[in-house]
Design a protein around this ligand. Structure first.
Ligand code: BES
Ligand code: MN
Ligand code: ZN
Length: 501
């Protein structure tokens, strides 16, 4: 898909399809009005007949509209003009891609970025348009046999898209927006791909190879620690999770150091369980395949690194990815086993299915050596978070309210929202153990909170936040697939930090 920036008249634009917006109550956008004027009221007539009501998520394809240079005109519903915010805008852009998916138009010209969206700059509008169009046209057929049907489908999609802006003077800032959107889409797409790959392909070794390849492409440092190095570091908690698996564990370290030399880095930590069977505390069989997505925290960190590398973001950012499988086996950790973490704190494993926190806690201890300005971990950590928040918001926990606010705001701005959950000390005693410094579970009640409380014990030396993305990182059912979340939130957070520094 190739994008370009234009400033032209919709009726004079020769293309397969011109995309224009229509609000509810037959209010035409500027571009729709231009086509209406050129076609002697063609669009107004259609609206009068009631064939298009301008509701959000609706669209109508018109062919051979008189007085226009384009083969087709796609009317996209925008909803009520007064309610037209960034969220509605993104929905309308998505609807335009959906409407084009089944048709023959491949070279299109969108006038949606030309709309005024409350408080959005041209740069942001163009970025969002590119991001959403790329997100909505994402396909995962890398591992399907290349049948003629698939080849035909692949050829069909959108090829070129010109994004029109209202003023010629806006074209330069629109170019910047296009670059932002494309960089973000690359990271989101990578995160989706890694999540969607089957667990026999996307192993810890595979993730490490991807990180190394990315470092070589973009020129940032990548180091992969093997089992013996983890033993030397004393990562007994992480090693306890991996010991039932034939796949070797990896600890991936990536360093994007494009900020000032003395600037303390932001450290991102991603949970990289490439398959979570639950271990000896085996999960039930239904939908267990979805536990291939248990590395989506890691995938989002890799995706974000791709994006900030594309942007050449002026900030110091370090990524830590502990990655392994959680398998049952003769050597696997048993419920009742006590593990000694890198911090020295001992952990009674009461449930081997609460393994994410066990690999993350050692990574959080490792993070101390970078003297971070903030540490954010991202993990598909608990089913309880899905029960609490559903699939719309990621759970946000933090030991610092300012950091929490920053992340919440980044989520709002990027339409990749999080919700601040409590992490009061009252919950900490639920992790008490008779035999070790703590247990690895706190019971069913408040399960996402006690998981965060567990992590907080290893994050006392710095400002830290935890994103539980169990409900947001992938979709189940008919649309099963990775979402690429929270790459948009993380990117926004880092960009805002870079702009401040
Ligand atoms: N990876 C799962 C969390 C998960 C479950 C994410 C379902 C998305 C959907 C995690 O490792 C896990 O198994 N957590 C347990 C914790 C429990 C044993 C305290 C859970 O949520 O049930
Ligand atoms: Mn688990
Ligand atoms: Zn897990």
């Amino acid at each position: 898909m190739e994008f370009s920036i234009k400033n032209s008249n919709p009726e004079k634009q020769p293309s397969d399809c011109v995309i224009v917006g229509v609000y509810e109550s037959s209010v035409l956008s500027t571009a729709a009005r231009a086509i209406d004027d050129a076609s002697a009221g063609y669009i107004s007539n259609i609206l009068k007949r009631g064939d298009m009501d301008g509701k959000l998520d609706s669209s109508l394809m018109l062919h051979n509209v008189p007085g226009t240079a384009s083969e087709r005109v796609l009317l996209v519903g925008l909803g009520k003009e007064a309610d037209f915010t960034d969220k509605q805008y993104a929905k309308a852009v998505r609807a335009s891609v959906k409407a084009l998916a089944s048709g023959g138009a491949s070279n299109v010209s969108s006038f949606l970025a030309d709309l005024s969206v409350c408080s959005l700059s041209t740069r942001r509008k163009v970025a969002l348009l590119a991001e959403v169009m790329l997100d909505a046209s994402y396909k995962f057929d890398a591992i399907k046999k290349k049948s003629d049907d698939i080849k035909k489908e692949a050829k069909k999609g959108l090829a070129t898209i010109s994004i029109n802006v209202a003023e010629a003077a806006d074209m330069q800032t629109a170019q910047l927006g296009l670059a932002d959107g494309q960089a973000l889409a690359k990271g989101v797409s990578l995160a989706k791909d890694l999540g969607n790959l089957p667990p026999n392909v996307c192993t810890p070794t595979y993730l490490a190879e991807q990180a190394l390849a990315m470092g070589a492409t973009y020129g940032f440092a990548v180091e992969v620690l093997e089992r013996d190095a983890l033993e030397k570091l004393g990562m007994g908690s992480f090693l306890g999770v991996t010991q039932g698996s034939e796949e070797p564990p990896k600890f991936i370290i990536m360093q994007h150091l494009k900020g000032q030399k003395d600037q303390k880095p932001v450290v991102l930590v991603g949970k990289g369980i490439t398959f979570d069977t639950g271990g000896i505390s085996l999960k039930p069989g239904s939908e267990m395949d979805e536990m291939k997505y248990d590395m989506c925290g890691a995938a989002s960190v890799l995706g974000t690194f791709k994006t900030i590398a594309e942007m050449d973001l002026a900030l110091n950012v370090v990524a830590l990815i502990p990655t392994c499988e959680n398998m049952p086996d003769g050597r696997a950790t048993r419920p009742g086993d006590v593990l000694t973490s890198m911090s020295g704190l001992t952990i009674e494993v009461l449930n081997t299915d609460a393994e994410g926190r066990l690999i993350l806690c050692d990574a959080l201890t490792y993070a101390e050596r970078f003297e971070p300005s903030a540490v954010v971990d991202i993990a598909t950590l608990t089913g309880a978070c899905v029960i609490a928040l559903g699939h719309h918001a990621s759970g946000l926990f933090s030991n610092n309210d300012d950091l929490a606010k920053e992340l919440l705001q980044a989520g709002e701005a990027s339409l990749d929202r999080a919700w601040h959950m409590p992490m009061w000390d009252d919950y900490q005693p639920l992790l008490d153990s008779n035999f070790a410094d703590m247990a690895n579970i706190g019971g069913r009640a408040g399960g996402s909170i006690t998981a965060a409380c567990f992590l907080s014990r290893f994050a006392k030396k710095y400002e830290w936040a935890h994103l539980d993305v169990a409900g947001t990182a992938w979709k189940s059912g008919k649309e099963k697939g990775g979402t690429g979340r929270p790459v948009p939130l993380l990117t926004e957070f880092l960009v805002a930090r870079a702009n401040k520094s």
